[in-house]
Unconditional design. Structure first.
Length: 151
């Protein structure tokens, strides 16, 4: 078949019509409850703010927290340094606390804590220490069917 401009136009219209008829799962009457896992291991406050912004947008994109069964942020490596109390960026703290109040779990790698001499008291309020390590937690959540994102 030769792809003439007319054929391309018809194909585009048919494709758009098919997309218009499709609904995302969060827009249906009985929405799917999402289980979401975010990984953060890159250093820097800007990266941490970017990931928290992604999480906030993700929640909005699926129709809100009522459509989320569980959302966990696993932080390890150099990224954990950005969350140490006493040196944490105030904007980062504010966004993190809002997300935690709404239901996000902040998981801190126990191995990273040991390697960087970070104590539980230095972590953000309501942090979950992952003694088995961040990468092991990611594996466990993936095995449970969590959607894995590493922005």
């Amino acid at each position: 078949m030769k792809w003439t401009p007319g054929v391309v136009a018809v194909a585009a219209v048919v494709g758009l019509a098919m997309l218009a008829g499709a609904e995302a799962s969060h827009l249906k009457e009985n929405p799917k409850k999402h289980r979401i896992l975010y990984q953060l291991d890159d250093a820097g406050v800007d990266k941490a703010k970017f990931v928290l912004g992604n999480i906030r947008n993700h929640v909005t994109g699926v129709g809100g927290w009522q459509n989320i069964e569980s959302l966990e942020l696993v932080v390890f490596g150099p990224a954990l340094k950005s969350f140490v109390q006493g040196s944490i960026d105030p904007g980062l703290t504010q966004t993190l606390e809002v997300l935690q109040r709404q239901g996000m779990v902040f998981g801190a790698c126990g191995n990273t804590m040991k390697n960087f001499s970070i104590t539980t008291e230095q972590l953000p309020h309501d942090s979950v220490v992952l003694p088995q390590g961040g990468v092991v937690r990611i594996m466990e959540l993936q095995e449970l069917g969590y959607s894995y994102l590493r922005p």
